[in-house]
Design a protein around this ligand. Structure first.
Ligand code: 13P
Length: 342
């Protein structure tokens, strides 16, 4: 492992004013997104849709540090035969790859999930590196309910995250460590804070036991928010303060950066919350975005699978990328939302 090189990649992923585009939806997940805009879920449509974003050249080169790809995409070629990874690289962003293989029920833990994909991961990683991937992603999913999560679930998922991270670093790939506490449910913000803290502490403990070099990872956590069916909503300031409090209690300063998932927040919520956190700085780590839905919802609903909408969809993507870039610098203002990116 060359830690200097891993650290350089991790720093580039969280460079000031830049963040990550999570375009790694599995074919099943992208089907749900395509169903919502009445687009057929074919390999060509998935390629066209993603090519459209990656060719939003100016926004990609200014605001996007890296793109997380799904296995299908990393091998795909654009319509003109250029590999999609080449388009991403030419725009100045790093290609990354989702390597987990989704979740399965965790035995003896009703309602809880364990992320799979460790078997053969050591053999898969060098192939992804050769194809251009310089970072990877593995997502653990933790649900909050009246009797969950259990310690068994948090521990098993934290352990799998650490095993994955160690394998990535051995293959000279920066692991994005993603322990996601879901927004589903009616719990309040303090319960989310408590579970987020517990899971982060478990995760860093397991990273330590597995000798993962913290200088060569990027953390991708949820923000601390109330469950989406909860009666009490939280203000942007409350989300920012509670999230930072939890992170300060759990994340060592050796970690170069934290890139949040959006998790089902609206586009503007995800931007406003990130901005408010950065306004609370200085912080020990860079805070940026690694959004899927909050970056893609606007371009998807503009595109609708029609070639005549491509330019408008690219403008919508560029706008969200710019708004989140400003939020990553703590320089976003709500009234900028009404103006469109150039
Ligand atoms: P969302 O921003 O839509 O939560 O997706 C980010 C991601 O990569 C989830 O694993």
């Amino acid at each position: 492992m060359n830690l200097t090189e891993l650290n350089k990649v991790a720093q580039a992923m969280v460079a000031p004013g830049r963040g990550i585009l999570a375009a790694d939806e599995s074919s099943g997940t992208i089907k749900k997104r395509f169903d919502a805009i009445s687009v057929e879920n074919t390999e060509d449509n998935r390629r066209d849709y993603r090519e459209m974003m990656f060719r939003t050249t100016e926004a990609m080169s200014k605001y996007i540090s890296g793109v997380i790809l799904y296995d299908e995409t990393i091998w795909q070629k654009a319509k003109d035969g250029t590999p999609l990874v080449e388009i991403i690289r030419k725009a100045g962003a790093l290609p990354g790859i989702k390597v987990d293989e989704g979740t399965k029920p965790l035995p003896n833990c009703p309602g809880e999930l364990i992320t799979t994909g460790l078997d053969k991961l050591a053999e898969r990683l060098p192939k992804y590196y050769e194809q251009g991937a310089r970072f990877a992603k593995w997502r653990a999913v933790i649900d909050i309910g009246p009797d969950i999560p259990s310690y068994a679930c948090l521990h098993a998922n934290a352990h799998a995250l650490a095993r994955y991270a160690a394998l990535c670093q051995a293959a000279q790939i920066v692991p994005i460590v993603e322990p996601e506490i879901l927004m589903d449910g009616d719990h309040d913000i303090d319960r989310c804070a408590m579970i987020s803290e517990w899971m982060l502490k478990e995760t860093f403990q397991e990273l330590y036991y597995n000798k993962v070099a913290l200088e060569g990872i990027v953390l991708k956590p949820n923000m601390v928010v109330p469950g989406k069916d909860g009666k009490t909503r939280a203000t942007v300031q409350e989300v920012a303060e509670k999230t930072i409090k939890v992170l300060k209690n759990c994340v060592p300063g050796a970690v170069p950066g934290i890139a949040f998932l959006s998790g089902g927040q609206t586009d503007e919520e995800a931007t406003a919350n990130l901005d408010a956190m950065n306004k609370l700085g200085p912080l020990p780590w860079t805070l940026t975005f690694s959004y899927g839905r909050a970056l893609q919802h606007a371009p998807q609903t503009t595109w609708k699978g029609k070639s005549e909408n491509v330019a408008a969809a690219q403008r919508a993507f560029a706008h969200r990328a710019m708004m989140n870039s400003l939020a990553a610098l703590g320089q976003w203002k709500a009234d900028l939302e009404t103006r469109k990116a150039a």
